[in-house]
Design a protein around this ligand. Structure first.
Ligand code: 7TS
Length: 408
C-alpha cells in the first residue's frame, strides 16, 4: 500500500470548495453530518465518466457501455472489500440510506411481518429509519416498538433485551446517531437478536465514514449507507444484505435490468444483485462512490478516527465553558459531532448568525423529531466533523457562539 495521507493541509488541498469564501469569510464547513464535501478525485471521476465513458451499463456490446459497466461493477467489488462482505452480489446499489431502508421494509419486511407482529427500533432513529417501518406496520396491522434512550442519549441493553419478545420479527438500529453522536453497541445488539433468530438491519449513514465496518464480524443481516456522507456524490448508496436473505426476498421495484425474461403471462427475475436494481442506476454516482472509498483508504481509518475524536474532544472542552450552553447527547461512546442548545436563543438564529461568519452548522431537528421531543428542545445546533476540519475551525465556531450570545 502506498503511504497514507495524514497531513491536514494536504488533505484540505484536495477539496476545492474549502478555498471559497462565504459572506466574505473563509468557509468553515461543519455540516458534514448532512453531507461531506467532495475531493477533486471524486469530482474528476464523475466528470471523467460523463466526458469519456457515458453510456448505459449492462446492456451494450459497444466499447463505451463495456467500459462504463466495468467501472461501475468494479465499485461493487470495492464496496464489498470496504465493508468485508462475503460476496460482491450482496452489494445492492440504491439511491441512498433512505432508499435502502425502504427497499428492505417493502420487500423483506412486507413478506415477513404479519398482523400482531412487532418491529423494534430505538428512540434515536433518523426519520428514514422510523417512517418506512411505521408505513409497513400500518399496512400490516403490526406494531412499532421503540427502545427508549437515557438523558445522556444512550440505550440500555437490559431494556433492549426486555423489549425483544416472541412477536419481534425485525430490529432496525442506527449505528451512530446523527443528532446525538451516540455510537450504539450494535455487535452486541445483533448477537442478542440472533440468539432469538431475529434479523437486524443497521442504518450506517453516520458510521461508514467514521469507523471501519466489517459486516461479517458484526453479523449484520442488512447494513445501509449513503455515498454523499463519505466524500462521494449524492443520489447513490448501498444496501448490504446477506445472500440467503436477499435471495429469498421478492423484488422491490420492477423494470429493466431486474428481469431474466418477460412475457405478458410471466416474468422471471434476474439474479443478485440485479434483482434489486431496476432501471438505469446512478452510474456516475456509483463511480464517484468508488473514488470516495479510494479517498478514505488513502488516509486510513486510524487517522480519521483519531483526528475526528480529537476534534470532538477539543470542541467539547472549548464549548463546555460557555455559560448557558447545554450539550444534547453526552454518551460515553460518541463519534464526530457536538450537538447543543443555548439558553434563550433559538438554534435557527444561532445558525443564521454563524452563517454570516462563514460557519456552516446544522440547526433544527436533524430529521430526528422524537429525539428533540425527548430532550424538550425545538432543535439543536450541530457541528459535525470530517477529516479535513481543524482545531482552528473549532476555535472559530466557539468565537462565533460567543458573538451570538453577545447579540442576544
Ligand atoms: N440515517 C441517518 C442516521 C442519517 O444521518 C441520515 C441523513 C439518513 C439516515 C438519511 O440519509 P439519506 O442519504 O438517505 O438522506 N442525515 C442527515 C443529517 O443528519 N442532516 O441531513 C441529513
Amino acid at each position: 500500500m502506498s503511504e497514507l495521507l495524514t497531513d491536514i493541509e494536504a488533505i484540505r488541498a484536495q477539496f476545492p470548495i474549502l478555498t471559497r469564501e462565504v459572506n466574505g469569510k473563509p468557509l468553515v464547513y461543519l455540516d458534514n453530518g448532512a453531507t461531506s464535501q467532495k475531493p477533486q478525485s471524486v469530482i474528476d471521476a464523475v466528470k471523467h465518466y460523463y466526458e469519456y465513458e457515458n453510456s448505459n451499463i449492462h446492456r451494450g456490446v459497444h466499447t463505451l457501455s463495456q467500459e462504463a459497466t466495468a467501472a461501475y461493477e468494479d465499485v461493487r467489488k470495492k464496496v464489498q472489500k470496504f465493508i468485508n462482505a462475503k460476496h460482491d452480489h450482496e452489494i445492492i446499489f440504491t439511491s441512498g440510506t433512505t432508499g435502502g431502508i425502504n427497499l428492505v421494509a417493502s420487500s423483506f419486511g412486507a413478506s415477513l411481518v404479519r398482523r400482531g407482529d412487532e418491529i423494534l427500533i430505538t428512540a434515536m432513529e433518523h426519520h428514514s429509519n422510523i417512517v418506512p417501518w411505521q408505513m409497513l406496520c400500518e399496512r400490516r396491522g403490526a406494531q412499532l416498538k421503540v427502545l427508549p434512550i437515557s438523558k445522556e442519549g444512550e440505550i440500555d441493553i437490559e431494556e433492549y433485551k426486555k423489549l425483544i419478545g416472541p412477536k419481534t420479527e425485525l430490529i432496525s438500529l442506527v449505528h451512530v446517531s446523527n443528532s446525538l453522536g451516540t455510537i450504539n453497541p450494535i455487535k452486541e445488539m445483533i448477537a442478542i437478536a440472533h440468539a432469538q433468530n431475529i434479523p437486524v438491519m443497521i442504518d450506517g449513514a453516520q458510521a461508514i465514514h467514521h469507523t471501519p465496518v466489517d459486516v461479517q464480524e458484526l453479523d449484520a443481516d442488512f447494513y445501509v449507507f449513503s455515498a454523499h456522507k463519505m466524500y462521494g456524490p449524492t443520489g447513490v448508496g448501498v444496501l448490504y444484505g446477506k445472500e440467503e436473505l436477499l435471495n429469498d426476498m421478492p423484488p422491490y421495484q420492477g423494470g429493466g435490468d431486474m428481469i431474466k425474461s418477460v412475457t405478458f403471462e410471466k416474468t422471471t427475475y434476474n439474479e443478485l444483485p440485479h434483482k434489486f436494481e431496476a432501471g438505469t442506476p446512478n452510474i456516475a454516482g456509483g463511480i464517484g462512490l468508488g473514488a470516495g472509498i479510494d479517498f478514505i483508504n488513502s488516509i486510513g481509518f486510524d487517522f480519521i478516527q483519531a483526528h475526528e475524536a480529537e476534534l470532538s474532544r477539543f470542541a467539547v472542552s472549548q464549548l463546555r465553558d460557555i455559560k448557558g450552553l447545554r450539550f444534547i447527547g453526552t454518551a460515553k461512546e460518541r463519534a464526530g459531532l457536538v450537538s447543543f442548545v443555548l439558553d434563550g436563543i433559538h438554534p435557527y438564529d444561532t445558525g443564521v448568525i454563524l452563517d454570516k461568519l462563514g460557519i456552516a452548522v446544522r440547526t433544527g431537528h436533524h430529521c430526528t423529531q422524537p429525539v428533540m421531543n425527548f430532550f424538550e428542545v425545538p432543535g439543536t445546533v450541530r457541528a459535525s466533523f470530517a477529516v479535513y476540519n481543524t482545531k482552528q475551525e473549532v476555535v472559530k465556531l466557539v468565537e462565533g457562539i460567543d458573538r451570538v450570545k453577545r447579540m442576544f
